[in-house]
Design a protein around this ligand. Structure first.
Ligand code: GRF
Length: 200
């Protein structure tokens, strides 16, 4: 059983998928805490519905990113968190945070990395005219969407796809691969060698 801490800024559908996977016995872990930088994030409401502890931490109360992250880390340490899951968390983590949880932070990105990192990945994909896009679960390093790739799932981009329709298609796959990656982590099956992640 691993202790999971989730950071989320928005609607929290990935959080929901992870909660459901835990309830279905597909992940041997427990979400000990959901933290948000937005007081009204839907993700917080979703967590509360399942009696998961939540915390809103206001960025404005801190001098800089590192101090803010220190406060988050304090909370995560108190809860003995083994894995930090970013689920639509819209802040870049400080190097201090990455070091504190080296190879223990995961993120999901709505494109097949290394294509289309950063914001509006689905829009970038539609505008680039790619025929295939998808989603990527990766460990978080100090770059933006640049850490070792754990799992990816492709979806076709059809002629009538828009940013919105592609987002919907990709989201369905996100909800499959994120819980799976977390389960693999909980079973200690993810071996990182440089940029590559091997699944035992
Ligand atoms: C997802 O598209 C994810 O790939 C990206 O942020 C979005 C979060 O959606 N990192 P949700 O809050 O989980 O619904």
């Amino acid at each position: 059983m691993i202790n999971i801490g989730v950071l989320a800024s928005g609607r929290g559908t990935n959080l929901q998928a992870i909660i459901e996977a835990i309830e279905d016995g597909k992940i041997e872990g427990e979400i000990k805490m959901v933290i948000s930088d937005h007081p009204k994030a839907c993700a917080l409401k979703r967590a509360q519905q399942y009696y998961i502890e939540t915390r809103y931490i206001d960025f404005k109360e801190f001098k800089n990113r590192e101090d803010y992250d220190k406060e988050i880390i304090k909370t995560l340490k108190e809860k003995k968190i083994d894995l930090v899951v970013l689920a639509g968390y819209m802040r870049i983590l400080s190097p201090y945070f990455i070091k504190a949880y080296q190879n223990k932070i995961m993120n999901i990105h709505p494109a097949l990395l290394p294509s289309f990192p950063g914001l509006h990945a689905q829009k970038q994909a539609v505008e680039a005219g790619v025929k295939v896009s998808g989603c990527t679960v990766h460990f978080v390093d100090e770059g933006v969407d640049s850490g070792p790739i754990i799992l990816q799932k492709a979806v076709e981009v059809s002629d009538d796809d828009t940013e919105e329709s592609l987002t919907e298609k990709i989201l369905i796959e996100e909800h499959q691969i994120y819980p799976l990656a977390i389960q693999l982590f909980s079973e200690s099956r993810l071996i990182i060698q440089g940029k590559r992640v091997f699944i035992k």
